[in-house]
Structures are given as structure tokens and as C-alpha cells.
Design a protein around this ligand. Structure first.
Ligand code: HEC
Ligand code: HEC
Length: 227
């Protein structure tokens, strides 16, 4: 008799537990954290256009889910696939297992599911989220949102608010007498109004003083000058 009573209770509590776990899993993911973690820990091996990453060791994560998405797989399912890949890597793979765990893993999976094969660029806070931890000049350029105002062909950006940066390697040495190209570009980043390019207005380009650390400034300057 008592087992008969217990069984449904156990089943019920399993259902309740299952429900609360499911509810927990649906808790709003933090896409900004997911993007930042992705850039830092996954981007060196994977292309993901919106995150500005270009790693070639693993599959391109924009094309990885394209066929499935087009044939009707929803992004929640993609999120589950990514979450599973993070925790259960094929034996012998070069992809390290559990690079991110817990909420970070949830956030990374949610960001990849959101960003994969999605046209356009991230907006608002999400646009900046890859900046922390970005080390390559290109990654910093994308994550800092420079491309929304500047053409830079090698980064694939086409903003027209500021001057094209395609000719910067030549122009930088001629802007301010006595300033090396490196000094000029660094000044452009940290104190944009110190020299205003002819035909443009001061006060439009934000200063990146304090938003980029010293190493990031150096990497960005070298990238822009093609060094
Ligand atoms: C050292 C390189 C490396 C890193 C870092 C890495 N991966 Fe991978 N990843 C791979 C390789 C290689 C594969 C190919 C499949 C395999 O080996 O299992 C892969 C496969 C995948 C797949 C499956 C793609 C498909 O076509 O099915 C996903 C999703 C994925 N990685 C996501 C991530 C995420 C998210 C991170 C960061 C937490 C990450 N990877 C970090 C190398 C890497
Ligand atoms: C909101 C728009 C905006 C953003 C974002 C922006 N810039 Fe600018 N940038 C401008 C404008 C406008 C000018 C021209 C006025 C001036 O010289 O300050 C300019 C000028 C420059 C110059 C000088 C170009 C030359 O030909 O002398 C450089 C270099 C530059 N930006 C780099 C960057 C980088 C790198 C980033 C990202 C870290 C960035 N900008 C972000 C608008 C922007």
C-alpha cells in the first residue's frame, strides 16, 4: 500500500523537479556575456561573422547550422546542439571540453544560436560585448564598433560617417608635421578632436581612452597601419 502511495508521489516530484529545471534552462541568457566568452575562448578556432572571429581550426559556425536552419530547425535547438558540443566533445578532437561551464556555457550557446547565419551586425550593448578580451587588431576593430563609421576593406566594414581607413597607411604620416604614423593613429583613437580630418566634424568620433587597454591600442594601430 505504502509503495502505491509513494510511487505517484515520486513521479510527481520528478515532474515538479523536471519543470523547475526546464524553467531554469529557459531563464534569460546573457547574450553579451556569451559573446564576450565566445570571442575569448572559441573565436581562435571558429569563424562567427557577428562576433568578428576568424579561427580556421574548427568548422565555420555560420555555415555549420545554415542548412538545418533553412530546413526549419529553430534556434533553441541550435542552442542545445552547441551546449552539447561544449560539454561532450568527440574523443580526440582538438576542441577542448568544457572550455566554458554553467551559466557561461548557457550564454555562449545562446549567443552562437542567436548569431549564426544571421544577416547584419550586432547592435547596442551587444555590439561592444566582444571587446573585453579581444587581442587581435581586427577583432578589436569589429568589437569596438569602428566599422559602423569607417570603411575598412580588410575588415569588411562600410561605415561612411568618418573617412575611409583604407588609405590610412599613407595618410597617417602626412596629417600632422613631426608625428609618426603610429603616433598619429594613436592620437586619433585617444583624442580624436586633436586633429579633425578635412571635410569632417569634431565631436563625432568617440574617444577610446579608457575603453581600450594599452595592448589593444597598440594592436589596433598596427592593424590599421598594416604592420
Ligand atoms: C582549439 C580549437 C577549438 C576551440 C578553442 C573551440 N573549438 Fe569548437 N570545434 C573545433 C573543432 C576542430 C571542431 C570539429 C568537430 C570535432 O572535432 O569534434 C569543433 C566543433 C564545434 C561545433 C560543432 C560544429 C558542427 O559543424 O557541428 C560547435 C558548435 C563548436 N565547435 C562550438 C565551439 C564553442 C562554443 C567553443 C568555445 C566554448 C569552441 N567550439 C571552441 C575546434 C575548437
Ligand atoms: C560614431 C562614428 C565613429 C566611430 C564609432 C569611430 N570613428 Fe573614427 N572617425 C570618425 C570621424 C567623423 C572622423 C573624422 C573626424 C576626426 O578626424 O576626428 C574619424 C577619424 C578617424 C581616424 C583618422 C582618419 C584619418 O584619415 O586621418 C582614425 C584613424 C579613426 N577615426 C579610427 C577609428 C577607429 C579605429 C575606431 C574604433 C576604435 C573609430 N575610428 C571609431 C567617426 C567615428
Amino acid at each position: 500500500m505504502s509503495t502505491l502511495v509513494k510511487a505517484p508521489l515520486a513521479a510527481l516530484s520528478a515532474v515538479v523537479l523536471g519543470l523547475s529545471l526546464a524553467a531554469c534552462g529557459r531563464e534569460e541568457a546573457d547574450l553579451s556575456n556569451g559573446k564576450a566568452e565566445f570571442v575569448q575562448k572559441c573565436g581562435s578556432c571558429h569563424v562567427l561573422e557577428r562576433a568578428g572571429t576568424q579561427g580556421q581550426t574548427g568548422p565555420d559556425l555560420d555555415s555549420a547550422f545554415r542548412a538545418a536552419l533553412r530546413s526549419g530547425m529553430d534556434r533553441d535547438t541550435v542552442q542545445g546542439v552547441v551546449r552539447d558540443q561544449i560539454a561532450n566533445v568527440r574523443r580526440g578532437s582538438t576542441m577542448p571540453e568544457d572550455l566554458v561551464t554553467g551559466e557561461d556555457a548557457r550564454d555562449v550557446a545562446a549567443y552562437v544560436a542567436y548569431a549564426t547565419d544571421r544577416a547584419g551586425e550586432d547592435q547596442g550593448a551587444l555590439a561592444q560585448a566582444g571587446l573585453e578580451g579581444a587581442t587581435s587588431g581586427r577583432q578589436i576593430f569589429i568589437a569596438a564598433g569602428c566599422g559602423s563609421c569607417h570603411v575598412l576593406s580588410k575588415a569588411g566594414t562600410n561605415g561612411t560617417v568618418g573617412p575611409s581607413l583604407d588609405d590610412l597607411p599613407q595618410a597617417a604620416g602626412e596629417r600632422e608635421p613631426g608625428m609618426s604614423p603610429e603616433e598619429y593613429v594613436e592620437q586619433s583613437l585617444l583624442d580624436p578632436d586633436a586633429y579633425v580630418v578635412q571635410g569632417y566634424q569634431p565631436g563625432v568620433m568617440p574617444s577610446f581612452e579608457g575603453r581600450l587597454d594599452e595592448r589593444q591600442v597598440r594592436a589596433l594601430v598596427e592593424y590599421l597601419l598594416g604592420r
